[in-house]
Design a protein around this ligand. Structure first.
Ligand SMILES: NC(=O)c1ccc[n+]([C@@H]2O[C@H](COP(=O)([O-])OP(=O)(O)OC[C@H]3O[C@@H](n4cnc5c(N)ncnc54)[C@H](O)[C@@H]3O)[C@@H](O)[C@H]2O)c1
Length: 424
């Protein structure tokens, strides 16, 4: 197996660049749309993310075969900003403060839900049951039961349910993951990811309205969010599961409010180890006091490591090999007079030296993080009246395992998935 590594690397390096779109799992191009009828869309929750998604839609950077017919938010300033944004694009969607009025009064084919996490489940379920297709922001829901109820509503109604893990739609990630699945990095031995920030994650609350604290800073309170787990880790756990083509069998995690003792209820730092049934581990951590390491996912194989956020592949045996790290260290030691002669086999106590080349770019040409493509695909799926089921499953299990991680932090125990949340 290892003897063929160099040939394999050469072949895959040449083939890799062309893989992404040729074998895209997402199927179709605009030319093949099933219908010319415009898809009628609404956005529910027009806060920071909802307006970003609206902007992508309105700037006509996505499929033009849609119209934005309604927006809804139960907070006046967010709704006003959405209306102002729509006006800039010369459109005048209907406005609602109650989503149930929107779905009962405005004929819509699909909704984009970007409310806080605890408001995802009941809105999604009501929409799906009315035959309205849903793109709901990640993570799916605040509780395990709500996550399962959303999935069941999707299955029972037959309506599309897509969860907002935009990396699933990014050409850069699709390319990298196809190459991983085609064996380019060899056998995955470990995955490592982190999201480090230097920010307290607070948003300003208007001076004279302290009662808005929990509404605006919902991410910091347990009733509404699992904090770093559902808001950040979920993205990277989805990527790890995608790389493995399967889901973890257990998680052990820890977390605490170590730095920002400001009344928040969710950890400001955490670490978790997920195990898969073949013994592979996904090691994850997130913190909010230092961003030196930034955000990264390392998928580590016996041929190479892919660093997905920075779009970089580091081959263990590059085409122009450098001296193996142990040999390099030995030469260095001899030059420094440490040894008179080289001990056979090298020193067992020397720390490994990291590879000293910069690797190669994995993929060229991705613009943005996949969110634009996510919306394009959602509209496309509505027109096709079907979406890839594995993508919904990916969102489902990511949400389930993010919430099980919270249970591990709370109990201090290694957690497995209760049978009632397994969907096969
Ligand atoms: N995919 C990503 O990269 C990404 C990035 C940021 C946020 N998000 C997700 O987007 C969602 C929203 O995050 P945000 O940062 O925009 O939060 P936000 O607080 O800025 O916006 C949420 C909006 O929803 C409104 N809202 C709350 N309950 C509602 C209800 N019942 N009906 C209608 N509107 C309601 C609020 O008034 C607010 O305007 C979250 O699920 C978050 O995880 C995803």
């Amino acid at each position: 197996m290892k003897g063929n590594r160099r040939d394999f690397i050469k072949k895959t390096a040449i083939a890799g660049a062309g893989l992404a779109l040729a074998a895209s799992p997402f199927g179709r191009t605009f030319a093949a749309l099933a219908s010319d009828k415009k898809v009628r869309l609404a956005v529910i929750g027009t806060g920071s993310r909802g307006r970003y998604l609206m902007e992508l839609l309105l700037a006509q950077k996505v499929n033009p075969n849609y119209e934005l017919v309604a927006v809804c938010d139960n907070y006046g300033p967010s709704l006003n900003e959405a209306v102002a944004l729509a006006k800039r694009y010369k459109i005048n969607p209907k406005t609602y403060t109650d989503y149930s009025q929107l779905i009962n009064q405005s004929p819509v084919d699909g909704v984009i839900i970007a409310t806080p996490l605890h408001q995802h489940a009941h809105i999604t379920i009501d929409c799906l049951n009315k035959g309205i297709h849903v793109l709901c922001e990640k993570a799916m829901a605040r509780t395990l039961d709500d996550t399962k109820a959303m999935y069941d509503a999707h299955i029972n109604s037959g309506s599309i349910l897509l969860i907002g893990h935009q990396r699933l739609h990014s050409n850069q990630y699709i390319n990298a993951l196809e190459r991983i699945h085609n064996g380019e990095i060899g056998v995955i031995g470990q995955m490592k990811a982190y999201w480090h920030r230097n920010h307290n994650w607070r948003r300003d609350v208007p001076d004279n309205q302290p009662d808005l604290e929990r509404k605006i800073n919902w991410r910091l309170y347990k009733e509404y969010s699992a904090g770093l787990l559902t808001e950040l880790m979920s993205h990277q756990l989805q990527v790890a599961n995608w790389a493995m083509k399967k889901y973890p069998v257990s998680v052990m995690a820890t977390g605490s409010i170590q730095y920002y003792k400001d009344g928040r209820e969710v950890p400001d730092n955490m670490a978790a180890i997920f195990s898969y049934d073949d013994g592979t581990q996904f090691i994850y951590d997130s913190m909010t006091i230092n961003k030196a390491e930034g955000c990264e996912e390392h998928i580590i194989g016996d041929y190479a490591t892919m660093k997905l956020e920075s779009n970089n592949i580091l081959r263990e045996d590059p085409i122009k090999p450098e001296p193996a790290p142990g040999i390099a260290q030995l030469i260095n030691d001899i030059q420094n007079g440490l040894f008179k002669s080289a001990p056979i086999g090298g020193s067992s106590w020397a720390a490994e030296t990291a590879v000293s080349y910069n690797g190669e770019e994995i993929y060229k040409g991705q613009d943005g993080d996949g969110t634009r493509e996510e919306i394009v695909h959602f509209i496309d799926y509505i027109q096709q009246k079907s979406s890839p089921e594995w993508m919904t499953k990916e969102g489902y299990y990511t949400s389930i395992w993010s919430l099980l991680t919270e249970k591990s932090i709370e109990s201090g125990e290694r957690i497995t998935c209760p049978d009632k949340y397994l969907i096969g």
